[in-house]
Design a protein. Structure first.
Length: 437
């Protein structure tokens, strides 16, 4: 395949040998700079798009091509985006000798677009790993900190602040499992004066500290805050952006209540210091964090205290799902009754109902476990209601007298109550099990 480099193209991939994009009509570039064959889009952000490419001068070795394509309009925005793009290239050139930071291969301008070419890291980012494998336990968080803190140490020694540490910007090498820090697009020199237009935010909501969001300032402690927020996200599968939108920086005062599993007091203390709102009260260097992290490995007998999720948090999943369970149970039952009443056949109705229900539930931005739970609950309640519906031989009830409608409303209410009962029993079962496990 050959990829269209028009940043506004919705379907950029084209067959090899095509001269013009079949989607947008833009002329295609077979080899960027006579060397890089761009074959597939990888993603895009606020001012750049990334593509997977092959370097024909290196036996088609895969690499990443990043194209400056700012979405914001205006001369200041374009100037700032260009400046950040050039800075990213300089940072990669400066830091890319580290084996856990991508290497810069090239930086150039072609057809009025700026490009940089960097090392391709084969592996997943930590957000993808979280979604596939579930929440990290303490051992994995400690491994993350041990692996990434020396990388940050090397970055900070070069007087560079990353300013955008989050799970998406940490990749894990597929070959050896080592972590790689990527996306230096908003990194800056620690001693440089912040260049920010009023109303402009640098970093990612929920992961960037207050001094970075409000004043544009950044210190080594700013990256350490982002590392703490990243650790919290991986421990809980709760996006800090959502908490920040609802509570501002207030969420960092009670982050422990969101824990899904116990951690030691030692690790909780480390995350506490990483997440201090005032940067002066945080760890001031990666060395300080590593020192506390290595205390348990020093051979001294240090008491280990377990921090467990509060009892209310163990019930949080069930309570949050309660209204959705009632909606899923009653709504799916009503839909099934309506389909059977109008179509007259249970098999066609079941197929249509299943597609609509799956689409409605699985399109929601919820963890897969919750969506699966709601789906199973809807199946149980609907099956029960359909059996009652068939047993009473109501048939095409919606086309008959008002009594049929009243009976259907009654069945829908019963399905909601059944879903409520199942959820309550599930909560009771969880409470009983927690006392014995």
């Amino acid at each position: 395949m050959i990829c269209c480099l028009n940043p506004d193209c919705l379907y950029p991939q084209n067959p090899v040998g095509t001269n013009f994009c079949v989607s947008c009509g833009t002329g295609l570039i077979p080899l960027l700079r006579g060397r890089y064959r761009v074959i597939a889009p990888l993603g895009g952000g606020g001012f750049a798009r990334t593509y997977l490419a092959e370097d024909v001068d290196k036996l088609d070795e895969q690499c990443v091509v990043k194209q400056l394509a700012p979405q914001a309009q205006g001369s200041w925005s374009l100037k700032k985006a260009t400046e950040l793009f050039q800075q990213e290239a300089r940072r990669l050139q400066q830091l890319g000798q580290h084996h856990q930071i991508p290497t810069l291969y090239a930086y150039f301008k072609e057809d009025n677009y700026l490009y940089l070419v960097q090392q391709f890291i084969e592996g997943q980012n930590l957000l993808q790993e979280l979604q596939q494998q579930g929440v990290f336990n303490e051992a994995k968080i400690r491994e993350l900190l041990h692996d990434l803190l020396p990388v940050l140490q090397a970055v900070h020694q070069q007087q560079v602040i990353h300013r955008d540490i989050k799970p998406e910007n940490i990749l894990r090498f597929q070959s050896d499992g080592k972590l790689v820090l990527i996306d230096f697009g908003v990194a800056k020199q620690a001693t440089a004066t912040a260049i920010a237009k009023p109303g402009t935010m640098i970093g990612s909501l929920g992961y960037a500290p207050i001094e970075q969001m409000q004043e544009g300032e950044a210190f080594p402690a700013s990256d350490l805050y982002s590392l703490g927020a990243t650790s919290f996200h991986l421990l809980t599968n709760i996006c800090t952006r959502d908490l920040w939108i609802r509570h501002g920086y207030g969420w960092i005062q009670n982050w422990r209540q969101h824990l899904k599993q116990p951690i030691t007091q030692e690790l909780a203390h480390i995350i506490d210091r990483l997440l201090q709102e005032n940067h002066a009260q945080r760890y001031q260097s990666t060395e300080e964090v590593l020192k506390d992290l290595n205390k348990r490995l020093s051979g001294r007998n240090i008491p280990v205290t377990i921090v467990t999720p509060g009892p209310n948090q163990k019930e949080l999943l069930c309570w949050n799902l309660l209204p959705w369970a009632v909606v899923a149970g009653s709504g799916s039952s009503m839909l099934m009754i309506a389909l059977i009443s109008f179509l007259g056949t249970i098999w066609i109705s079941s197929g249509i109902w299943l597609l609509i229900l799956a689409g409605f539930i699985f399109v929601q931005p919820r963890p897969l476990f919750e969506k699966t739970y709601l789906f199973i609950l809807a199946l149980i309640t609907t099956l029960f209601i359909v059996l009652v519906f068939q047993k009473l031989q109501i048939g095409r009830a919606l086309q008959y007298s008002p009594n049929g409608l009243i009976l259907i409303v009654f069945l829908v209410i019963i399905s909601g109550l059944l879903a409520l009962t199942i959820m309550s029993l599930s909560l009771l079962f969880n409470n009983l099990m927690s006392k014995f496990i």
